[in-house]
Design a protein around this ligand. Structure first.
Ligand code: ZN
Length: 464
């Protein structure tokens, strides 16, 4: 349940922390989306449902595409990556793309998961997925979700599963047995991170439970992709409700905001492309990741299905713009020294444009300027992120995607704390800012001459 903040902030007169109704509404929707998306598979399924509701037509990669201007379509790969697009009625000059990722760091369940402990306990065998912070996973109710693949009469089929109750816990070792626990602890994934599942002896109870939750026969399950997830629901906090906290804000906050902006936009001149890729947390090198051909294949197929030539495709790419949207680090209240001395993004300060001289982020002066112009038009504040010059920092999907399809790209994100914890904190105003910027992006088009000059065609009547 999300607390209703009422009008408390406004009651005190002018208050810069006050969260407007637009933000409150979008945060409620975001937190509900996060609660219903314990894994990337569920996030993609929920986005599909939102697209279907808005009248988008499903395409399959394995079938021929017949596309019409003025219509909206979506296609998925591996049930964990999704690309939706809308082609303006009068055709298109380029693509306006926002790309985010569906996956989050977690613990993944191995096959033959049950491990018996002295005939008294059963725990589950897991491995790390991505660069998770281990400590937050301890001592809190967890459960399991993902997909099972079952045999059918004709072959195999995937089915989503979520054991929707408190099921597991990873207990800490008491301080009395590790007096140095508060002086820094090195987590051993094979020893420390295994969740307690049940009392007694191992007897196949885990697979039975999964089969029941998926509504399939236990014997029909041939394989699984199952992840642990934090059962704590998202919430609004802070004196004026100015922060939100929830699992998987990185990067479903961006994926959700991108989709909301996409659905609210009216494409004008360019095809609008909402793109959510998988496996960013493990390097993007899968068939459904940013390093794959998925985005390139979809853009090329849109071009072909609209009866356009290869040259027209390459011309369209030169007049395209991509926003790689992946959350950014806010200045930390207890560690302000970890941020760059002059570029200091804060939660509720607006969208963060990320820069790196070594091009770990794709932003350059052109793409940064185009994005700042979009935000200006959308009346959305922008901030800037650089890593401290003595810190390496993280990476994201923009530059990896550019190795497959080279586009003017900017790396941005929403400011947050505790990235890769299983419960992260972000600003109450920033989701709405990204929705507005995404709507402006998807409603505009970029005309590049490939020579340093770009004309942005805005949608009429927007950005006012
Ligand atoms: Zn991310």
């Amino acid at each position: 349940m999300i607390a209703d903040m009422g009008n408390k902030a406004e009651d005190r007169g002018v208050n810069e922390n006050a969260i407007g109704e637009e933000s409150r509404k979008i945060n409620r929707e975001l937190l509900e989306f996060l609660d219903n998306s314990p894994t990337g598979f569920h996030a993609v399924a929920n986005m599909k449902a939102m697209l279907e509701q808005a009248g988008f037509k499903r395409l399959l990669e394995g079938q021929a595409w017949t596309l019409k201007g003025g219509e909206g379509y979506y296609v998925t790969r591996n049930d964990s990556a999704l690309i939706a697009f809308r082609i303006p009625g009068k055709g298109f000059s380029g693509f306006q793309i926002m790309a985010s990722h569906s996956d989050s760091p977690a613990l993944k369940i191995k096959e033959n998961a049950e491990i018996e402990v002295e005939k008294r306990y059963v725990k589950l065998n897991v491995e790390r997925y991505g660069g998770l912070l281990c400590a937050p996973w301890m001592d809190r109710p967890l459960s399991v979700a993902g997909r099972v693949v079952v045999r059918t009469g004709q072959g195999v089929a995937a089915k989503l599963v979520n054991v929707d109750r408190d099921l597991l816990i990873i207990p800490n070792l008491a301080i009395h047995m590790n007096r140095k626990a508060n002086e820094g602890y090195e987590f051993n994934a094979q020893k420390d991170m295994l969740p307690l599942f049940c009392g007694g002896t191992a007897g196949g109870g885990f697979l039975k439970l999964i089969a029941e939750a998926a509504g399939v026969g236990e014997k029909d399950i041939l394989d699984t992709d199952l992840f642990l997830y934090n059962r704590m629901k998202g919430t609004v906090l802070g004196l004026d409700g100015e922060f939100i906290a929830a699992p998987r804000l990185d990067d479903l906050q961006c994926a959700f905001a991108s989709l909301k902006g996409f659905l609210a936009a009216e494409p004008n001149g360019s095809a609008a492309v909402h793109c959510v890729l998988d496996n960013e947390e493990v390097g993007s090198g899968t068939k459904q990741g940013a390093g794959s051909t998925f985005l390139r294949d979809v853009l090329r197929r849109i071009n072909t299905a609209m009866g356009r030539s290869e040259e027209e495709y390459l011309m369209a790419l030169a007049s395209s713009f991509m926003v790689s949207a992946d959350n950014a680090h806010s200045v930390h209240p207890n560690h302000p020294d970890k941020a760059d001395p002059t570029n200091r993004p804060f939660m509720n300060g607006g969208i963060v444009v990320k820069y790196s001289a070594n091009q770990k982020y794709t932003t350059d002066a052109i793409s940064g300027a185009v994005f700042k112009a979009i935000c200006e038009r959308a009346k959305v504040p922008c901030q800037v992120f650089f890593n401290r010059s003595d810190m390496i920092g993280g990476s994201t999907l923009g530059n990896i995607s550019n190795s497959q399809v080279a586009l003017n790209t900017v790396d941005i994100g929403l400011p947050q704390l505790a990235m890769h914890s299983c419960y992260e904190t972000a600003g109450g105003k920033d989701t709405a800012y990204l929705v507005r910027a995404a709507r402006e992006l998807y409603s505009s088009s970029l005309c590049g001459n490939g020579d340093g000059e770009y004309r942005i065609a805005w949608a009429e009547g927007q950005g006012e």
